[in-house]
Design a protein around this ligand. Structure first.
Ligand code: G4P
Length: 519
């Protein structure tokens, strides 16, 4: 960012997500970030809010039963920081369950940085690693938070080395849990050399901490630790070559204040976004943004849906006319929603990096660009090839129309992908994980009053086929039984196996069989 850009209002925005494995403590940490960010007064409100939301519609019962969060949402909070002024945080919640990775991936297109939460006792699990890879692909820098240091954990060196090895990047510890894995003494701030201890010798943290010099017996361990790791380097962090590591306990609200301070001070402000005609800089005058998520039926009384737009450039003002790329004609955004943590608020103004919710009746779709001139097209929001394909069987055959509407809606939301085969009348849904299927059935019933069953489909995976019209029609001639159209009418090859894909690719070198599709 140039010096003049430092004074722009958007320079105070920190738009980030938390990536973690289920159970690492993401919900607890979110709660404490909001608490430390001055957004809520009582811990537990995130969960309480979640419970109220869950009660609203049937499909969300799945969340309750399985104790996971299926929908992602946005939380905005703001606080003063010494020497920095007012910082606004936009925390994009990502679903923790691995079955929802697709949704999570898309959310990561809308953030500028991420916090990776690791359970001190467990380390990096495969899903976290996958998410990390996505962050790396998208140049999203990562701050690591090693959680649950209040419990019996592994030695610090082991954790740090694992992060460095698993993710192939430099780790730079910013704090050091003293005596972890044995008798826990507290957390040492490596900058100031002071230690924050739990009160007394009970291992309970009471929120209030003493600051003391480091105990003699740990001095050596700490010196070794500090000497063995690179110093924090802002460039290297922002470039994704280094992750600063903080230790703490979300549950005991310990080490969280340091984390939030780091997000304010080192996490990047809104960055330029790639578009077909080059990158769009946040300091640009034209209001532009893209939709990374659509959520339908947030309120069962209304059939409205909310499209979540990440603002990329310009100052958005309420009532403004923006043109969605897929629609081609402008819409007036009269009731945009901001997501201040306590409540949804109507936005009057928003800056690059902010997320606004736009209520609509299905005009806005994931991947759409919104802009004033309709000349911009953002790139890089992928659809992923489904790994599980199922045929949808109606319980009541007269409900075909409702089913089609429901499948179109839900695919637009990104809950499932839908494929309409060229031959036959049984529609096929594709998902990345099993849980999405449960959500589908339950939402079909609750929101569309459509009873349906899922049957195995004779296909294993799907690929988007692209090529010249002639080559495509020749291919279709021979493979009609394996061809379908997706929701946009684009041709999809339904394959019996991945071998089938390689075989067709070899036989049809003039076509591409793609596992992702830009939306
Ligand atoms: P998630 O969103 O990543 O899935 O994790 P969540 O915050 O729900 O935390 C998972 C479990 O880990 C919870 O326990 C939570 O209380 C616990 N936990 C989170 N942070 C810490 C920490 O710093 N120290 C310790 N010791 N535990 C922590 P639970 O028993 O599954 O749920 P609950 O009954 O406490 O709600």
């Amino acid at each position: 960012m140039t010096d003049s850009a430092m004074n722009e209002p958007f320079a105070t925005r920190r738009t980030f997500a938390i990536i973690s494995h289920p159970d690492a403590g993401k919900t607890t940490l979110t709660e404490k970030l909001l608490l430390n960010g001055g957004a809520i007064h009582l811990a537990g409100e995130v969960k309480a809010r979640g419970a109220a939301r869950r009660a609203r519609s049937d499909w969300m019962k799945i969340e309750q039963q399985r104790g996971i969060s299926v929908t992602s949402s946005v939380m905005t909070f703001a606080r003063e920081f010494e020497g920095l002024g007012h910082i606004t945080f936009n925390l994009l919640d990502t679903p923790g369950h691995e079955d929802f990775s697709e949704d999570t991936y898309r959310t990561l297109t809308a953030v500028d940085s991420a916090i990776m939460v690791i359970d001190a006792a467990k380390g990096i699990e495969p899903q976290t690693r996958k998410l990390f890879e996505v962050c790396r692909m998208r140049n999203v820098p990562i701050i690591t938070f090693v959680n649950k240091v209040d419990r019996e954990g592994r030695p610090v060196f082991e954790i740090l080395d694992e992060v460095a090895d698993a993710l192939a990047l430099d780790v730079s510890p910013q704090s050091w849990p003293v005596g972890m894995g044995g008798q826990f003494e507290g957390i040492l701030d490596l900058k100031s050399g002071r230690i924050s201890r739990p009160e007394g010798d009970s291992r309970e943290f009471l929120g209030k901490v003493d600051h003391e010099p480091v105990p003699e017996e740990f001095a050596e361990e700490i010196e070794l630790g500090q000497a063995g790791y690179p110093e924090f380097d802002l460039e290297a962090y922002r470039h994704g070559d280094l992750t600063p590591v903080f230790f703490g306990s979300a549950l005991k609200n310990f080490g969280v204040a340091e984390l939030i301070d780091a997000i304010a001070r080192i996490a990047p402000p809104p960055r330029p976004q790639p578009s077909e005609a080059g990158v769009i800089d946040p300091s640009g005058n034209e209001v532009t943004g893209f939709i990374f998520k659509v959520q339908a039926n947030m309120d069962p009384m209304h059939r409205d849906r909310i499209a979540f737009m990440r603002l990329v450039s310009g100052t958005f003002k309420r009532g403004m006319k923006l043109t969605p790329s897929a629609l081609g004609k402008p819409i007036a955004v009269h009731s945009p929603i901001l997501f201040f943590a306590q409540d949804r608020e109507i936005a009057d103004e928003a800056q690059p990096g902010d997320i606004i919710g736009i209520p609509n009746h299905g005009t806005l779709r994931v991947g759409d660009t919104l802009s004033e001139t309709n000349k911009v097209r953002f790139t890089g929001l992928p659809n992923f090839a489904p790994e599980i394909l199922r045929r949808v069987q109606l319980k009541d055959p007269t409900k075909t129309k409702q089913l089609r509407k429901a499948l179109d809606d839900l695919s637009e939301e990104g809950v499932i992908q839908v494929f309409y085969p060229e031959i036959g009348s049984q529609w096929i849904v594709g998902v990345v994980g099993q849980l999405q299927l449960d959500v589908l059935i339950s939402r079909l019933e609750a929101e569309y009053k459509v009873g349906a069953m899922l049957e195995p489909a004779p296909f294993d995976t799907a690929r988007w086929v692209k090529g010249e019209a002639k080559a495509l029609s020749d291919f279709a001639e021979f493979n009609r039984a394996n061809l379908a159209k997706d929701r946009d009418g684009d041709p999809v090859f339904l394959a019996r196996s991945s071998w089938d894909v390689s075989y067709q690719q070899e036989r049809n070198p003039e076509l591409t069989f793609s596992a992702t599709k830009e939306r």
